[in-house]
Design a protein around this ligand. Structure first.
Ligand code: AMP
Length: 179
C-alpha cells in the first residue's frame, strides 16, 4: 500500500465528540488488512535496530498498535492508563487539557533506568497528552524516549511542543484538520 492509499482510508467525522472537532477515525484503516499491516510495518521498520526495550501505549487508542509493534520488535508492552485502573503501585502525572485537568498513570515497576522506550499513540494533536506521557516515563528514570503517533494533525504545533523532550518524534503521515 502507498501512504496516499492509507491516508484515504482515514475517516473524518465532523463534530465528534463535540461540535467543531474534526475527529480522525482510524478504525477504517484498522479494519482493512492491508492498512493495518502497513501501519504496523511502517512503525516497526522505523524503530528496528534502535535498541528499543519496551513499547508504551497510551490508553486507549494507543493500545491498538503498540502491542503489535512490541511483538515484532521482540520486546514487551507497557500500558499508560487513566486513574485507578492499574492494580499495583503507580506513578502519576496530571496535566491541563482544554476542558479541565487529566491524570495518567503507569506501574511504578514497569520500566527501569536501562530501558529505551518507544511511546505510541494514534494521533498527535496539540502534544499535551504525549508530553504528559514523556514526563511519566521519565519519572521512572529510563535511558531514552522515542515518540511515535500514527497520524499528526497539522497546524496544531504538537511536534514543536514536544521539541527537545524526546529523542525523536515520528508520525506515519500528517493530515490537515479538515482533510
Ligand atoms: P493532544 O493531547 O492534543 O495531542 O491530543 C491527542 C489525543 O487526543 C490522542 O490520544 C488522540 O487520540 C486524541 N485526539 C485529539 N484530537 C483528535 C482528533 N481530531 N481526532 C481523533 N482523536 C483526537
Amino acid at each position: 500500500m502507498t501512504v496516499e492509499e492509507v491516508k484515504a482510508l482515514v475517516r473524518n467525522v465532523p463534530d465528534f465528540p463535540i461540535k467543531g472537532i474534526q475527529f480522525k477515525d482510524i478504525t477504517t484503516v484498522l479494519e482493512n488488512p492491508d492498512g493495518l499491516r502497513w501501519m504496523r510495518d511502517e512503525i516497526v521498520s522505523k524503530y528496528r535496530g534502535l535498541g528499543i526495550t519496551k513499547v508504551v501505549g497510551i490508553e486507549s487508542r494507543g493500545f491498538i498498535l503498540a502491542p503489535a509493534v512490541a511483538i515484532e520488535l521482540g520486546v514487551g508492552f507497557v500500558p499508560i492508563r487513566k486513574p485507578n485502573k492499574l492494580p499495583a503501585e503507580t506513578v502519576s502525572v496530571t496535566y491541563t487539557k482544554e476542558y479541565g485537568d487529566d491524570t495518567i498513570q503507569i506501574h511504578q515497576d514497569a520500566l527501569s533506568p536501562d530501558d529505551v522506550v518507544l511511546i505510541h499513540d494514534d494521533i498527535l494533536a496539540t502534544g499535551g497528552s504525549m508530553d504528559a506521557a514523556i514526563t511519566l516515563v521519565k519519572k521512572l528514570g529510563v535511558k531514552k524516549v522515542y515518540v511515535n503517533c500514527a497520524i499528526e494533525l497539522l497546524g496544531l504545533h504538537g511536534r514543536e511542543y514536544l521539541q527537545g523532550k524526546a529523542e525523536d518524534v515520528y508520525c506515519l503521515f500528517g493530515l490537515t484538520v479538515d482533510e
